[in-house]
Design a protein around this ligand. Structure first.
Ligand code: PLP
Length: 381
């Protein structure tokens, strides 16, 4: 059976050149970057080179990059780290329920400890209201946490405007850019973002590595205590091969992003338009223009997402019904619920996310099998 992978927002295959760098690193290097002898110094040099490459991709200073184990850790560090560092100044955080669980559950954990969380509404397009954001700010507000691009819908939030509000009101802005980095330009210097999270496995690097970019001067307490690694911000011997691989993936993303985005957006549109024109009553969830180039989230009301995914899987097609962390449960997507998508549509929502290896032929195969699957499942309801 042929396998068609359309779940790149869940994870990406490691790029062959990244894998080469990763394996070569382990073949040739083993030192601990904290060691002062030659073995350590060589590895330390490789880590610092990787830091420069990450910094180049998101346009920040290398010293602002703190390597973590994943995007979830970066989000936790930003939210809990700022809460711990600024706890004496205030206890109020602003976010939305359309954020990834790494953000939502970090905020819920803080809420249990007595922090006050404002859960801003998002509209049917997945956008927060900037007047409501501004109105929610109080003298006790220490953090605004709003994402760059939504993992389920691909919707791009107005991060420029959010950053301006945060800067004007002198409040830290944490931006979960895990889905954006490598897919669309992310300019840390230009945007007023204080803390920016990214993750290796979303941009063709291996799992087990991510980063939090922390603007110079921003106070964030460490989550993990121990040695002085990462300038005392994240203790623990570094995942050196993962870091080097992430550096390579960032370098490749800089070269490929513009052309790849155009190619992938054309394939995404071909898929979306094809499904909309051949299957009755299909809805696109989220803002149609302000979106990642690779993502489409479509509702097929009258069919259940789990059955759709199962039937697609039987045809070798991998898609998703939301964030990978919540699939496998029958609960409708929290993101779509936050957007006010009707339950029948939310229950029948499927996310297709395309990537480097997606071809027109694969898209045409999905277009060929999907109408029959939807029709069959709708009859069964
Ligand atoms: N934030 C967003 C928007 C995501 O999509 C994900 C993963 O799906 C994460 C955070 C968590 O990243 P990681 O899987 O590296 O922990």
């Amino acid at each position: 059976m042929r396998h068609i992978y359309l779940d790149y927002n869940a994870t990406t295959p490691v790029h062959p050149e990244v894998l080469e760098v990763f394996l070569a690193f382990y073949r040739q290097q083993f030192g601990n970057p904290s060691s002062i002898h030659w073995a350590g110094r060589r590895v330390k040099g490789a880590v610092e080179k990787a830091r420069e490459k990450v910094a180049l991709l998101v346009n920040c200073e290398p010293v602002e990059v703190v390597f973590t184990s994943c995007g979830t850790e970066a989000d936790n560090m930003a939210i809990k780290g700022v809460a711990a560092a600024l706890g004496d100044r205030g206890n109020h955080i602003i976010t939305t329920r359309a954020e990834h669980p790494a953000v939502v559950n970090s905020c819920l954990a803080l809420e249990k400890q007595g922090y006050e969380i404002t859960w801003l509404a998002v509209d049917n397009d997945g956008m927060p209201d900037l007047d409501e954001l501004e109105a929610a700010i109080t003298a006790r507000t220490i953090l605004i946490s709003l994402m760059f691009a939504n993992h389920e819908t691909g919707v791009l939030l107005p991060v420029h405007e959010i950053g301006e509000i945060a800067a004007r009101r002198r409040i830290y802005f944490h931006c979960d850019a895990v889905q954006a980095v490598g897919k669309v330009p992310v300019d840390f210097k230009e945007l007023n973002i204080g803390l920016l999270a990214l993750s290796g496995h979303k941009l063709y690097a291996p799992k087990g590595v991510g980063a939090l970019v922390v603007r110079k001067g921003v106070k964030v307490a460490p989550l993990i205590h121990g040695g002085p690694q990462e300038r005392n911000r994240r203790a623990g011997t570094e995942n050196v091969a993962g870091i080097v691989a992430l550096g390579k993936a960032c370098e490749l993303a800089i070269d490929a992003m513009t052309a790849e985005s155009r190619r992938i957006a054309a394939l995404r549109d071909r898929l979306e338009e094809g499904l909309l024109s051949t299957i009755p009553d299909v809805r696109v969830n989220g803002h149609k223009e302000r979106r990642l180039p690779n993502t489409t989230n479509l509702s097929f009301p009258g069919a259940e997402a789990d059955s759709l995914l199962l039937n697609l899987d039987l045809q070798g097609i991998a898609a998703s019904s939301g964030s990978a962390c919540s699939s496998g449960t029958l609960k409708a997507s929290a993101v779509l619920a936050a957007m006010g998508v009707e339950p029948a549509c939310a229950r029948g929502a499927v996310r297709f996310s395309l990537g480097r290896e997606t071809t027109a032929e694969e898209i045409d195969y999905v277009l060929q099998v999907m109408p029959e699957i939807v029709a069959r499942l709708r009859v069964k309801q």
